[in-house]
Design a protein around this ligand. Structure first.
Ligand code: HEM
Length: 488
């Protein structure tokens, strides 16, 4: 007999808001990485944070469906400051949360992005990272908590003071000026970002757009983006029509199933972007832009800077909605990559309808490898800038790691040989990139435009589970936890 998933609509009070919204109206973001120095003080701080109400639920964000819920509508309007919090495996142990032997955490999360095997799989040079989620050969800081904060412009932070006795802190980026006057976000190379997002069935972010409008704008391609909730939220049906596995921790007796129910895994990477090098590349190929009306940089990314797909047939100077800008496929319109090259960043990271034997089966397969991207750009006082990348997913191996290893870092991708992703590929330089359809040679030579500064896997708990962590007296003693982390 088929096991029933809990009803998503009845659980949205327990799901952290970032799984529903990217908080596009909150234009200031700040990401901090905390290492616990004293577990008791850390728990007290977490309890104080929960009391502030800054950790909003999915129920509290976005527009309510019916106007009759006037009171609710009012409450939702006043969300001008939001915090989300996630924990590495060692962070959970520090806070006394031990997995049960019947329902353990999956290997990638337990071992950490900074483990030798994961680094090999992801082709990471993690020895140079300044932080990660476990002890490694490079001696980078072992991080326990990711603290993400989004605020409206000019809104003062209401976070409880982060006591240095409880934590040491790495500031991993704050910025507010990556949004233009229309509230659209662009990353440091100048591309609009955060457009192509899966829509979680039953948890759609209605911010600024009705369902009817979104469907109309997507011109029949809306369902391409519609993905089952179990791909992003633990405990629900996924694209295999199976309930996502929920690990559990000792002592948990919550109302909503196991400890990890309503949570998600976050694959986090702090990137530095070499904006000068990217601009120099574009300048060196300015004749390409003159001849084609699309810059060489746009060919690498696979989108126009203003977010329009490279296959856009209308006027490219007229702004369109995100739903319209994300309504495209490759197989029929652009099979040979004359518009969006087959090796471009967006085509590798989501091949859409070009994976399998036909359009429908390809779209079905691509839904097994989607990411909900919640990162933001940052710029430091030193001038260093980049993306603080956060990808939410329910299965780190099948989603983040698969995309990274098999598509982005793969040097034999489809018919392409000896070239990886032009934006994040780690292959030694100079690298090649094929732009099909060019009369005078189709390959350009590239250098590295981005560098990974650190990264880790975090678990984003549901709100009841956060309360449990704050109250948990667990068996771990502050600062002296013996970590039993597997090697793989
Ligand atoms: C500094 C590093 C990176 C930069 C500058 C970058 C930039 C971009 C840009 C400009 C877009 C197009 C805008 C959009 O579709 O919303 C995009 C899309 C995307 N990126 Fe990245 N990205 C980076 C790293 C990564 C990594 C590490 C991954 C995954 C492991 C990734 C996965 C994706 C995905 C899944 C999409 C959506 C593609 C689609 O559905 O069409 N990106 N990225």
């Amino acid at each position: 007999m088929k096991k029933h998933a809990p009803r998503l609509s009845e659980q949205s009070h327990d799901i952290q808001g970032m799984l529903k919204s990217g908080f596009g109206s909150l234009t200031t973001s700040r990401f901090r990485l905390l290492t616990i120095r004293n577990a008791k003080l850390a728990r007290a701080w977490l309890a104080a944070l929960l009391d502030t109400g800054l950790i909003v639920s999915a129920e509290q964000v976005g527009r309510p469906k019916q106007a009759k819920k006037e009171k609710e509508k009012k409450e939702k309007k006043h969300v001008d400051s939001v915090v989300a919090i996630g924990f590495t495996y060692s962070g959970l142990l520090e806070l006394g949360c031990r997995e049960t032997s019947e329902h353990p955490f999956p290997t990638p999360f337990r071992s950490g992005m900074g483990s030798e095997l994961r680094a090999k799989l992801l082709r990471d040079e993690y020895r140079q990272w300044s932080w990660t989620d476990r002890e490694g050969p490079g001696g980078g800081e072992v991080v326990h908590i990711l603290l993400a904060e989004w605020r409206g412009r000019g809104v003062v932070s209401r976070l409880p003071p982060i006591n240095s006795g409880a934590f040491s802190v790495i500031e991993a980026g704050e910025d507010s000026d990556f949004f233009d006057g229309d509230g659209k976000l662009s990353e440091p190379f100048g591309f609009r970002d955060g457009l192509a997002q899966p829509v979680i069935r039953g948890l759609r972010d209605q911010d600024g757009e009705s369902l009817a409008q979104a469907r109309a704008d997507a011109a029949g391609f809306y369902d391409d983006r519609l993905v089952e909730p179990g791909e992003f939220i633990l405990g629900y049906r996924n694209e295999y029509d199976e309930l996502t596995f929920c690990p559990d921790v000792q002592g948990w007796a919550g109302a909503s199933g196991r400890f990890t129910q309503n949570g998600s895994y976050l694959a986090v990477r702090q990137f530095e972007q070499d904006v000068a090098a990217f601009k120099a590349f574009e300048a060196a190929h300015s004749d390409f832009e003159t001849a084609n009306g699309v810059s060489a940089g746009e060919k690498l990314m696979g989108r126009r800077k203003n977010g329009l797909p490279l296959s856009w047939k209308g006027d490219t100077s007229v702004p369109v909605s995100d739903s319209a800008a994300d309504a495209f496929r490759y197989r029929v319109e652009d099979a040979d990559g004359f518009m969006c090259p087959k090796g471009a960043h967006v085509r590798r990271s989501n091949p859409r309808d070009s994976l399998g034997i036909d359009v429908q089966s390809s779209i079905k397969s691509s839904k097994l490898h989607r990411l909900l991207r919640r990162g933001r750009p940052y710029r430091e006082a030193s001038g260093r800038q980049g993306i603080f990348f956060i990808a939410c997913n329910a299965d780190l191996e099948r989603q983040f790691e698969f995309i990274h290893q098999r598509w982005l870092q793969n040097r034999r991708f489809g018919t392409l040989e000896s070239q990886d992703d032009p934006i994040v590929g780690s292959q030694p330089c100079p690298k090649a990139f094929t732009i099909p359809g060019q009369a005078s040679g189709s390959e350009v030579s590239l250098q590295h435009f981005t560098q990974t500064l650190g990264g880790g896997y975090f678990f984003l708990p549901g709100i009841a589970a956060l309360k449990f962590i704050a109250e948990n007296r667990g068996s771990a003693k502050s600062g002296s936890t013996h970590l039993n982390i597997v090697a793989g």
